[in-house]
Write a protein that binds this ligand. Structure first.
Ligand code: GH3
Ligand code: MG
Ligand code: MG
Ligand code: MG
Length: 308
């Protein structure tokens, strides 16, 4: 099972991902597309439609999709144009794609599968079967994310995912001229928890903090465990001041709450946090460095505070 793969119990709730998933239907056949949109919506999917490649590209910049269904024979650009486009964009190339085509020859199937399509369904098709395939791909992709991109101890995203997502968010910010804030968090005097109560208690504190952060941040904020007792919160479409207020609110909760409980001890902690915001021209690693520097300043100024 998933929890066996992860080795440890997951403390955080998975990030809500809009139910069954958000689909982009790319097909020039208006009747078929509307039919699919209606059927998938009735199943509980969020659905967007594109009648040509150009519209599909625009939609991909506007929304985040769990899966694309792609027709091959379209005008003026064929579905194969999408493969080229997707491969070149780091933010898009991981979106799963199922080809839905009237072309039944093996060359087309092989070409699409080699180009990275998850599956190839020929028309005519049974909706139930298509939906089952779509659902499988989305669920498998989410399970893969759980194992590859989550930290096994705390259930927060891991460093690998954060690094990748930060690059993507910076691209979105450039495109949309929206701010991004990054908060760096480091637990205060955490070594003393380990030294006094043992490593296991330290682990419980890390799990407790991650759960508390997750509960008290927005669904769009990305919480990741950056290192041992360091977390980062990536806040898209948020400026530094708003981020500071959010982190101060969370710190206030952390100060008051028992973060972990054992028969012998109730653990309470504080953290120090540094906030930085992205400015046009900045590289992703500059943003991390700035937030880290601000965190260090928070430590210097006496810990248990948020510095912007
Ligand atoms: P400061 O307020 O300056 O941050 O003091 P600190 O003691 O928190 O800082 P320091 O960097 O000296 O110590 C961090 C400690 O975090 C050291 C290490 O034992 C502990 N740590 C790192 N990863 C883990 C982990 O996965 N589990 C446990 N239990 N402890 C960890
Ligand atoms: Mg067509
Ligand atoms: Mg540290
Ligand atoms: Mg520390």
């Amino acid at each position: 099972t998933q929890s066996e793969l992860l080795g440890k119990e997951i403390v955080c709730e998975p990030i809500p991902q809009g139910g069954l998933g958000r689909l982009l239907l790319i097909d020039d056949d208006d009747i078929l597309r509307s039919y699919l949109a209606e059927e998938f919506a009735m199943c509980g999917y969020e659905v967007d439609e594109a009648a040509d490649v150009q519209t599909a590209k625009r939609k991909l910049y506007e929304n985040r999709y769990d899966l694309m269904l792609l027709d091959l024979m379209m005008y003026p650009q064929s579905g194969y144009e999408m493969f080229k486009f997707l491969k070149e964009d780091p933010a898009m190339k991981w979106i799963p794609l199922i080809v839905l085509s009237g072309r039944t020859d093996v060359q087309d199937k092989v070409r699409c599968l080699r180009a990275g399509a998850e599956d190839y369904v020929t028309k005519p098709f049974q909706f139930e079967e298509l939906e089952a395939r779509v659902n499988n791909v989305i669920m498998r992709n989410r399970q893969f994310d759980q194992v590859a991109f989550r930290d096994g101890l705390t259930g927060a995203y891991n460093r690998r995912y954060f690094d990748h997502q930060l690059l993507i968010e910076v691209e979105w910010a450039k495109r949309d001229e929206e701010p991004i804030a990054l908060a760096f968090l480091d637990i205060d005097k955490f070594k003393s928890v380990n030294d006094t109560h043992g490593h296991h208690c330290g682990d419980l504190v890390l799990q407790g903090l991650a759960a508390l952060l997750q509960q008290n941040l927005r669904a769009t904020d990305l919480l990741a465990r950056y290192g041992g007792e360091e977390f980062v919160v990536l806040m898209p479409r948020t400026n530094a001041l708003t981020a500071k207020l959010a982190l101060e609110r969370v710190l206030d909760i952390v100060r008051r709450e028992v973060i972990a409980r054992t028969p012998n001890h109730n653990f309470q902690i504080t953290f120090s946090s540094g906030i930085a915001d992205w400015k046009p021209g900045m590289h992703a690693h500059d943003l991390v460095h700035l937030a880290d520097t601000a965190m260090y300043q928070a430590k210097q100024e006496g810990r248990n505070r948020v510095v912007c």
